[in-house]
Design a protein around this ligand. Sequence first.
Ligand code: NDP
Length: 331
Amino acid sequence: MAVRWGLWGATTIAQEWVIGAIRAAGGEVVSLCGRDRARAEAYAAHNTIDQVFTDPAVFLGSGIDAVYISTINSFHHEQVLASAAAGKHILCEKPLALTLDAGREMIEACRAASVVFAVNHHLRNAAPHVAMKRMLLEGRIGDIVSLSITHAGYLPHHLQGWRINDMTAGSGVVLDLTVHDADLLTFLLDSEPESVFAIGSNSGMAVAGIEDSVNGTIRFRNGVTAAFFDAFTTPYAEHRLEVQGTRGSLMATGSLRQAPGGRLAVRDADGAQEVALNLTDLYQPNIRAFQNAIHGHGAPIATGEDGLRSLAVALAAKRSMETGAMVPVSR
Ligand code: NDP
């Protein structure tokens, strides 16, 4: 049976990517909950969604199986708790929450309610990263020595709102992009992040007190370190993810995006070669795995626990920015 979805938040991400991914994966988008009725109705009409609610309790009681939560970051916690209490399966946007206590409470609430809880870390599904993971598992570049990620671009004008001007929303580049880095690097390395050092900057795009770029390093339990540079302010930066190994190097470019794309090259004793890729949608795998988990088959690609881990790295990075110290990642 098709999973009946309700969307919590009339958001850009839902409209640009997730509604289409749900439909392509055989799910039905049946309702929307927004704060402003007129805006929600216009959004629903534009996206062919039948039912619109402004009262969350009525929305959650309206016969949906699953909720996709993509409101601003500060709302995720209470909306996950309400959805779990109503017995709904939940796909939540990153970052899971703004504190570890809140994240743990969300995971516990979903466990107690026996609902599937997933977080929408889509970058695991990018074709260059899937191929990279396979090649690392095959030992193609020997032992991993170091990783580096440049997740830097220009925050589009239509998204230059709460991310850069609302201290209470869960703003800043770390909660927006570094969480994705943390999840992707952990996925590739298959090792727990142990500590983080970060220096944030404000180049004037974000209001004072909110970082719009960050440089840092994550140390993993297996001894490998990963450097990251994340920014809203660099229109001409190229997205890059590099893994240096004892017998070769892997270089992905253009892969840290929402749309399918990017390239992967391997360089070793035989020279440099492009890796053939099968470019596919990055969001559909998350939706399919989530729906399968609802039907009792397998687990989400990124679980609530994965979301807690990436949040823990982001919060450690923020703490490091404040203190100037290397900060342990605690969960
Ligand atoms: P939008 O700015 O498009 O939408 C945010 C929504 O939050 C609004 O539609 C609104 O919902 C609600 N909201 C509540 N308070 C405010 C406020 N003060 N200002 C603005 N909106 C408010 O968000 P995005 O689509 O860009 O991002 C939404 C979520 O998705 C975030 O958690 C973000 O981190 C995540 N995201 C994830 C991506 C991924 O690839 N996994 C990519 C992009 C974003 P309403 O009016 O309907 O109540």
